[in-house]
Design a protein around this ligand. Structure first.
Ligand SMILES: *Cc1c(COP(=O)(O)O)cnc(C)c1O
Length: 402
């Protein structure tokens, strides 16, 4: 019998696909808050522990609610399999532990999430894995950084906070020509906008904390990819290392994914309207948003992201000097009444932050300048509030600047 689910649209998968229902026939997905599972007899327990028979054993290994989240996310990403993790960073740790050994080399965009750079350069550096950091957008730099021991290319698109877009297909070609894998952190687009595996990526990393949950309630993560890597490389590491996803958090993410498509489209529409309005304000020097024609990778972004720009934008306030630019950015942020002042993103509640003193505050001034994070830069992760209220919220500060 063919599985009718293979023809489902992403919006249907997001609502319907899960692990089999329990004997009670519940309509909603059940939450299995249990650390272990009772075995029918000793011989079955032995077969399950040996991996000769399927069956739940212990929630560090896996749990039916976690399995439901994994099945739904794998289907949304067009991946064969998925493994849930306790956070987005735990997913990256698990991927690196599963794929890499001392002496291996990674090529990574210089503009990825700050903790990812710290993890690769710092923690995995200590274990003898070397990483080279290259331009987000210049494919030739990725190619030039390849070494005989390169095992993994790692990208994230669009980047935070400057929304630079990389060409996933081109990077997949570079990786495969070198016999390496391409992993893409798909946190900002989510599978509602972009499916990196269809563009040639081997693995997709998620922070479920962001758009998958979508309402800023839990920390969660996942890796999606081919069955042989998930089951052969990552499941064994998970079983001994234990960066497991809590069933409760999996259940929250599972529920969040039901509205993923509708949220991503509505939040992208809100972000485009806000970016367009910001670009017309004389107090704003520059707006960074892939949905704007002024964005350097506008065409690539639309092609790779289902015609949408995503929900994160940044804008720059100029000043006579960096101190004045920072004071202006603080003025705009502090005059908001709707936006939450927090560095988180992916929430239905709009968040506003000053990257130079928060997410990128630990960099030196030279590193910040190299990364393009000026003191006048403000990032907005646009939520689901009415666009008129969001515009008024930013206009209050912008229109009262000295
Ligand atoms: C937040 C984030 C992460 C880390 O996810 P956690 O769930 O906070 O561990 C990784 N990558 C990107 C792009 C993120 O925004």
């Amino acid at each position: 019998m063919t599985d009718p689910r293979k023809d489902w649209h992403r919006d249907t998968i997001a609502v319907r696909l899960a692990e089999d229902k329990s004997q009670f026939g519940e309509n909603s997905e059940a939450l299995f808050l249990t650390s272990s599972f009772v075995q029918p007899d000793a011989a079955t327990a032995a077969r399950r522990f040996a991996g000769e028979e399927e069956g739940y054993i212990y929630s560090r290994f896996t749990n039916p609610t976690v399995t439901s989240m994994e099945k739904r996310l794998a289907a949304l990403e067009g991946a064969q399999a998925c493994i849930g993790t306790s956070s987005g960073m735990a997913a990256i740790v698990l991927m690196c532990m599963g794929l890499l050994k001392a002496g291996d080399h990674v090529v990574c965009s210089r503009s990825v999430f700050g903790s990812t750079i710290k993890l690769l350069a710092g923690e995995f550096g200590k274990f003898g894995v070397q990483s080279s950091f290259v331009s987000q957008t210049d494919v030739a730099e990725w190619k030039a950084a390849i070494q005989p021991n390169t095992r993994l290319l790692f990208a994230e698109t669009p980047t935070n906070p400057l929304t630079e877009v990389c060409d996933i297909r081109a990077l997949a070609d570079v990786a495969h020509a070198a016999g390496a894998l391409l992993a893409v952190d798909n946190c900002f687009c989510s599978p509602a906008l972009s499916q990196p595996i269809a563009l040639g990526a081997d693995l997709v990393i998620h922070s479920g904390t962001k758009y998958l949950d979508g309402q800023g309630r839990v920390v969660a993560g996942a890796i999606c990819g081919p069955k042989d890597l998930i089951e052969g490389k990552f499941v064994p590491v998970m079983r001994s290392a234990g960066m497991s996803l809590s069933p409760f958090n999996a259940w929250v993410v599972l529920k969040g994914m039901e509205t993923l498509g509708i949220r991503m489209r509505a939040q992208s529409d809100n972000a485009l309207a806000l970016a367009t309005w910001l670009e017309a304000q004389p107090q704003v020097a520059r707006v960074y948003y892939p949905g704007l024609k002024s964005h350097p990778q506008h065409a690539l972004a639309l092609q790779q992201q289902s015609g949408l720009g995503g929900a994160v934008l940044s804008f720059e306030l100029q000043g006579a000097d960096p101190q004045q630019a920072r004071a202006r950015a603080f003025h705009v942020i502090d005059h908001t009444q709707v936006c939450s002042i927090t560095a988180n993103l992916g929430d239905t509640k709009t968040t506003i932050t000053h990257p130079a003193t928060t997410s990128h505050g630990r960099l030196t001034e030279e590193q910040r300048q190299a990364a393009g994070i000026s003191q006048g830069l403000v990032r907005v992760a646009v939520g689901l509030e009415h666009i008129g209220d969001l515009q008024a919220d930013l206009a209050r500060g912008l229109h009262s600047l000295a």
